[in-house]
Design a protein around this ligand. Structure first.
Ligand code: CA
Length: 225
């Protein structure tokens, strides 16, 4: 009889352990799923990228879009910390292309810089990314027309006179309007905002999540082909 009780107790303990283990695994998996869905927003389509500056191979299967502002310090930080990782892991190898869309939200200097960047992209596309980086590096200064022209004069290949006229007459303002259409279509609220294909990320500095999404998108494309 005592032996029966001891066997019964042992079985009871094992069953309890199995149930608790299963429950823990279920809770952990559920939490992971909850985190994943609250950190992203999925749209029906990718942002329309025609007419936007592209870094990397324009035929790369993954499209990364940054909505940024030249006067936004967090955008500068993103460009210095996350973008180099993306370049090394996905852009340099032709797996992803990177695009920058203007969302000027910090006043006149933001708009002026965006208009200037669009002008450089239109007139000297090869110099665009150099100018783009130079604007971010100078963001703590007053980005007046004079200052922007000074920055551009240090970059070979940018036509200063053309840029000056474009800024004065706001000739590339329609490009900013196009960018703002994307801002509203993808309900972009802050800078920087990052969209991977059709997936908007809540935390643009969460590189673990960004990498996971890109790898999943690449795997889906592989399976489809
Ligand atoms: Ca644009």
């Amino acid at each position: 009889m005592e032996k029966d009780i001891s066997i019964f107790s042992t079985i009871l303990i094992i069953v309890t352990i199995v149930i608790l283990g299963g429950l823990t695994a279920f809770i952990l998996l559920k939490n992971e799923k909850d985190v994943a869905t609250t950190n992203i927003t999925t749209y029906d389509e990718n942002p329309f990228i025609d007419g936007q500056p592209i870094m990397g191979d324009d035929k790369a299967p993954i499209t990364l879009v940054e909505f940024g502002d030249y006067k936004c310090p967090t955008c500068k930080k993103w460009g210095e910390t996350i973008l180099p990782k993306l370049s090394k892991d996905f852009i340099d190898s032709g797996k992803a292309k990177f695009l920058y869309v203007n969302f000027p939200i910090n006043g006149k200097e933001s708009t002026l810089s965006a208009i200037a960047a669009e002008s450089v992209y239109k007139n000297s596309p090869k110099q665009y990314w150099i100018f783009h980086e130079a604007l971010f590096n100078a963001q703590s200064k007053d980005l007046t027309t004079e200052q922007i022209l000074k920055i551009s004069s240090k970059i070979d290949g940018i036509k200063g006179k053309v840029l000056e006229q474009d800024i004065i007459h706001q000739k590339t303002a329609s490009e900013i309007d196009k960018d703002m259409e994307l801002v509203s279509k993808f309900d972009v609220q802050e800078t920087p905002t990052i969209i991977i294909n059709n997936i908007k990320i809540k935390d643009p500095f969460d590189y673990v999540l960004i990498k996971k999404i890109i790898e999943k998108e690449l795997k889906d494309i592989d399976e489809y082909e």
